[in-house]
Design a protein around this ligand. Structure first.
Ligand code: NAP
Length: 259
């Protein structure tokens, strides 16, 4: 099968591309930078926001997997971006003859009133009502998420990290799960996936800082209101029927280079 991974150079895009290659698919990846993938893959430069480059990358694709992301604190911007880009991608994928559109979403987005989660719900709706038969897989935060948060919100030696609980999963496991979803074919919403243990995100960030030997102080930041309360409750943990897989954060960290 020819599979196009949008955002194939990102944290979850990379292992998704690798898992698809291992399964014998012809894999293409698209990102704004046009970053190359592993041997045997085809890289395209394009932009989901404008639609540039999508036609060329989608030509001949049987399946498109959307692993792209936008970093914004604005609910409005996020909702518009995920809705518009997913709707356009679906339309172009249908025109190109694709028969499966896969979206990676997040566990608990329907229970936690947080702007970015509202946008992911809108994305799920856009793909499930779009012209190409779809699959939505919800995952918990990645083990890599603590590092992503620190990259985005470090001021001097202070790393501001959301005070939240999570049951994180290695991005590599999510990539495997997305490749399984591709092979299984369109299935609508499939069972959520998460990691083996409930953790506090600031604790994970501190472990990462120690592992890297950084001089950095982790400052937990609590979101105000209902979102902040929900982020510290069971709402965004995998519930009944979820599939738990992969290493714990500590086991995963042991395999991560120190620098
Ligand atoms: N991080 C988590 O813990 C987590 C957990 C569950 C689900 N998810 C979901 O997983 C998806 C990917 O997240 P991630 O953390 O892997 O993201 P990421 O590391 O930030 O990667 C984003 C990817 O998308 C590409 N991209 C961004 N804007 C683009 C655009 N306008 N057009 C084309 N490509 C674009 C980026 O490459 P360029 O910059 O070169 O364009 C990159 O390859 C998101 O939908 C997120 O909601 C994330």
């Amino acid at each position: 099968m020819r599979v196009l991974v949008i955002g194939g150079s990102g944290v979850v895009g990379r292992p998704t591309v690798s898992a698809l290659v291992r399964r014998g698919h012809r894999v293409a990846l698209l990102s704004r930078q046009g970053t190359a993938g592993p041997a045997g893959t085809e890289a395209f430069q394009g932009d989901l926001t404008t639609g540039a480059g999508l036609d060329r990358a989608l030509a001949g694709a049987d399946c498109v997997v959307d692993c792209a992301n936008i970093t914004t604190m604005s609910r409005r911007t996020a909702v518009r971006w995920f809705t518009d880009t997913t709707t356009r991608l679906g339309r172009l994928a249908a025109d190109a003859g694709a028969t499966h559109h896969v979206v990676l979403s997040i566990v608990g987005i329907d229970k936690v009133p947080y702007g970015y989660y509202t946008a992911k719900l809108a994305q799920e709706d856009a793909v499930l009502t779009g012209p190409v038969p779809a699959t939505v897989l919800r995952a918990t935060q990645f083990h890599e998420f603590a590092g992503q948060m620190m990259e985005r919100m470090t001021v001097g030696r202070f790393a501001l990290v959301p005070a939240m609980i999570t049951q994180p999963i290695a991005a590599g496991e999510v990539g495997e799960a997305l490749a399984e979803v591709v092979d299984a074919g369109p299935a609508g919403r499939v069972p959520d996936i998460g990691g083996p243990r409930v953790e506090r995100l600031p604790d994970l960030a501190r472990q990462l800082v120690r592992h890297r030997g950084q001089r950095r102080t982790v400052v937990p930041v609590r979101l105000p209101g209902r979102a902040g309360r929900a982020m510290n409750g069971p709402e965004q943990l995998p519930g009944d029927g979820a599939v738990l897989r992969g290493p714990t954060f500590a086991e995963w960290l042991g395999s991560v280079p120190r620098s």
